[in-house]
Design a protein. Structure first.
Length: 250
């Protein structure tokens, strides 16, 4: 007797499609169980290649359509964080490439973190900063401007620029305290700003017209990179602070 398993169903006939009551772990477990059952059947019958291929396709489609309803991921650089209200605002990374991020998506994305806090799914608190990009070649810095809710490209006058500055370099790391030095360094008397880019491994000191020194120091700082998991737009169920999380640490 030949048994036909409908698309998106388990051997028992129950649907694999995600429901609010079914957790993502249950969905993957059901798919794994289906694979185990199919594996045991090999002891009782010979499976021809076409049938084996069909089974793999069914499992793949069930995985895609059955487990894909659980939520979405959003990621970007934090420009504002309100701890009391549990709200984070960030500019989304358009490329999602860790080596070449592109923080250019507007308007900024705003998320209510209270669901994540309530569920204990809140990572380290994010640091906010307005610096989106440093371009040493063009001698430009791009920042997010709160007043216009847009990006501001500023051309600076270079004073000093060092490359290949690692995170443990004495220029940016205090060996005695074993802590990273605080950047940016804004000297309003000398009209200089020193910025360290860990991603570019550059330490740059430049000067700007006087009016820019009225802005807060966070203007020249890069906010933390965060990732949120959500089902309902604007409500984060989980928050991961990528900048402050070592995924390789045991």
């Amino acid at each position: 007797m030949r048994v036909v398993i409908p698309l998106g169903s388990s051997p028992s006939g129950r649907s694999l499609r995600a429901t609010p009551e079914r957790s993502q772990r249950d969905c993957f477990a059901t798919l794994a169980m289906t694979g185990v059952v199919n594996n045991k059947r090999r002891h009782f019958m010979r499976i021809k290649k076409p049938y084996l291929l069909s089974t793999l396709i069914i499992l793949s489609l069930a995985l895609i359509f059955g487990c894909a309803e659980y939520g979405k991921i959003d990621q970007g650089r934090v420009i504002a964080y309100d701890k009391e209200k549990s709200v984070v605002t960030f500019v989304r990374d358009a490329k999602e490439d860790p080596k070449k991020p592109d923080y250019s998506t507007l308007p900024p994305h705003v998320y209510d973190l209270s669901p994540a806090v309530k569920a204990g799914q809140m990572g380290p608190e994010p640091k906010a900063g307005k610096r989106m990009k440093m371009d040493p070649d063009k001698k430009q810095i791009i920042v997010f401007d709160d007043a216009t809710q847009n990006f501001l490209t500023i051309t600076y006058t270079l004073i000093d620029h060092k490359e290949n500055v690692g995170a443990k370099d004495p220029l940016v790391f205090d060996v005695e305290t074993k802590k990273a030095k605080k950047f940016p360094v804004v000297n309003r008397e000398k009209k200089t700003i020193t910025v360290y880019s860990r991603r570019l491994a550059t330490l740059t000191t430049f000067t700007l017209p006087d009016e820019y020194f009225a802005r807060p120091d966070s203007t020249w700082d890069a906010g933390d990179e965060v990732r949120v998991y959500y089902k309902e737009p604007g409500k984060a169920l989980k928050l991961m602070n990528i900048s402050k999380t070592d995924i390789y640490k045991k």
